[in-house]
Write a protein that binds this ligand. Structure first.
Ligand code: 8DG
Length: 253
């Protein structure tokens, strides 16, 4: 079997990286069919019957990082041609062709995803840690009335994620923060900022206070929570998958 791997960093949220990858498909003509699709985390395609290949799969994994989405792709194939000829074909001609086609395809893909990301409203949140506790905030009004969240909000056009994080904490809590390590990114199912449902994501960073005590200017309440009480809060459902990473942040790992 022959295998090629590709890694691309796309400056776009998970949802955009995933959706644009699927719209563009892949740069070779083999008739691949979808085997698995878990939006926005992974998909797998393989050749359909009667295609002339013994084996051809293309799998992609989309992972969130502080600077964008990392897309790891793997192409596995075997033509099924007789031994020596098959080896030459798989390891020589096809390998070079797939590699060259994928390289220019991935450059165009990254650029297209970055352009599309400009049209999607991104939400950022701060997991502010102090003395082994994390600050959580209770929303008031709207569909998530009474639920708990990380302070933060929508990134404005042309603003960086971290600038938005700092601005939102000043507006909502009246404090300056220093952003730290990236905690994670989750899909938001609903409509955010008037966009299509499920287009946006929430990206959370660890942070520390740069002096001052947070005051709830826009929330019903604020609470400093230790790791063991986090699961019991009535969180906005989208935030729950982030809790294991927040516990690791509190444990200093
Ligand atoms: N801030 C924040 N928003 C979250 C979290 N989880 C989650 O699903 N959301 C959703 C709720 C909203 O639909 C959206 C954020 O909107 P927001 O109302 O807080 O944004 P904003 O501060 O910019 O408010 P506005 O100026 O538009 O009124 O993201 C979270 O942990 N923190």
């Amino acid at each position: 079997m022959s295998r090629l791997r590709f890694t691309t960093l796309v400056e776009a949220p998970l949802t955009v990286a995933f959706d644009v990858a699927r719209t563009l498909g892949r740069p070779w003509g083999a008739p691949l069919e979808e085997v698995v699709s878990v939006r926005p985390y992974r998909d797998v395609y393989a050749v359909g019957p009667g295609s002339g290949w013994r084996w051809l799969t293309h799998s992609r994994r989309f992972s969130a990082t502080g600077t964008g989405t990392v897309v790891d792709e793997q192409v596995d194939w075997e033509t099924g041609a007789p031994r020596v000829l098959g080896g030459l074909l798989d390891q020589g001609v096809l390998r070079r062709r797939i590699q060259a086609a994928m390289r220019s395809h991935l450059d165009a893909y990254a650029a297209a995803a970055e352009r599309r990301a400009l049209d999607v409203v991104q939400v950022v949140g701060a997991a502010i840690v102090s003395d082994g506790r994390v600050l959580v905030a209770q929303r008031t009004g709207g569909p998530y009335d009474g639920m708990w969240e990380f302070p933060g909000g929508k990134v404005e056009p042309g603003e960086s994620d971290l600038a938005a994080l700092v601005r939102e904490c000043i507006e909502e809590l009246g404090v300056a923060i220093v952003p730290g390590s990236f905690v994670g990114e989750v899909l938001l199912d609903g409509v955010v900022g008037g966009g299509p449902p499920g287009a946006s994501t929430l990206r959370v960073w660890g942070a520390r206070l740069d002096g001052g005590e947070p005051v709830a200017h826009e929330h019903a309440a604020l609470r400093w929570m230790r790791a063991d009480g986090l699961e019991d809060l009535d969180w906005i459902p989208a935030d729950r998958p982030l809790l294991p990473a927040v516990r690791r942040l509190l444990a200093g790992r």
